[in-house]
Design a binder for this molecule. Sequence first.
Ligand SMILES: O=C(O)Cc1cc(O)ccc1O
Ligand SMILES: [Fe+2]
Length: 488
Amino acid sequence: MPVTKFSTPEKYKYQNGFGSYHETEAILGALPIGSNSPQKPAYGLYAEKLSGTAFTSPRHENQQSWLYRILPAASHTPFVAREATTYNTNPEGEKLHQIPNQLRWDPFDLDLESDWVHSLQLVAGAGDPTMKSGLGILIFAAGKSMKPDEAFYSADGDMLIVLQHGVLDIQTELGWILVRPNEICVIPRGVRYCVELPEGPVRGYILELYEGHFKLPELGPIGSNCLANARDFQAPVAAFDESPEGETYTILSKFNGHLFAATQTHTPFDIVAWHGLYYPYKYDLGRFNTIGSISFDHPDPSIFTVLSAPSPTAGTAIADFVIFPPRWLVGEDTFRPPWYHRNTMSEFMGLIHGDYDAKTGGGFKPAGASLHNIMSAHGPDAGTHAKASGAALLPLKVGEGSMAFMFESCLMVGVTEWGLKRCQKVQEDYNAESWVPLPKHFVMREGMRKVSNRVNGEVARGAADIGASVNGKGAMAEMEGKSLPHYT
Ligand SMILES: O=C(O)Cc1cc(O)ccc1O
Ligand SMILES: [Fe+2]
């Protein structure tokens, strides 16, 4: 018998705010007042708590929600393993390739045959969901809606979904979320959902965070606004279905990367009201208030951080989600693209649409990806360098119609067999196309003196000429009366 959905027209309503305590009811009076678990909740509903952090997690990190539903989530048959030999999104099950090479992938194919659950492919990862450590990077490409009698959840982590193509209409236990191009959404660990594809095939990237939760980055001297503003994050309002007699529903669980299924005779989408801090949300990347240098030099890309999942080390993220939106470049006497770089963090990049200003050679395409792992040298390709070092430095808008992004992690990211081989998208000529052609411009000419900076404690002449303070005094004095070129 086909499942009938009785969702209310609340489908496209949201409540705004990041980390806000939300409360919502689809029937007036369904939320208890002044207590969480009354002896008899209104309308015969059951109260159920969904904990996203330990009970004893400090107040500023504690995330949980109270749900008021027709039947508790526990009312189902035991889970049984499904597709045990074929389904694997687990870094432990796959042999991860830890390699120092720069990697770049051609666009991942659309897949018309798969639904959301079966479209998930682990491309890279670090850590282990059983230890709640690390992260997984997945690609999804689906062409079919999940069945209306199915719901899926991941016990492994919070999923940050970066949509590259299509539209996701996601029915979650806590309400509906419509994800459109240039929007992202986060579905927390354990929340059950069903993905419908109202406009055909979808494709994109997922960062699954096995530990902690995403936060807005600190703003430091930037002040109290800019980057992603809290009010632009949108959480669903409660919306529920009722289950007609005789229907069976399947709950699919991703548990340590493997798939399990249980059945129940009532819809999992039966939450009439909820309140709390643990809920799915979406964000339109177009609302990001991008900031940058208005004088000289290219700042660190951390100024483009949308969301950050901190590690216990201050300022060091298990994963940062960073975007490169359209923006003005006005830097004077500045090489404007990203500098050449080796990083203690790993950098996985993707492109939602348009071009990325560090790679103009055409090899980094929408729906493709790149990985510059820990200390893997990278930077602008030869063509970009030639163009940018000779360009007239007029104000320039870059990235018009573009959106590149980066998952940056303090962890060494391993690449799966699928990511390295089976997907057949790895570009063999990435280095050869990008950096090997870089010409050498330096020529040792007559009149250029090789000096050592410090000879018997005295400042060497060559260093003083460029204004370096070699012995902590003296050299800067020579600068007096001179100004740096960008202020002339
Ligand atoms: O393209 C990259 O590698 C990402 C990146 C962008 C930037 O503006 C500065 C540093 C950096 O790693
Ligand atoms: Fe980089």
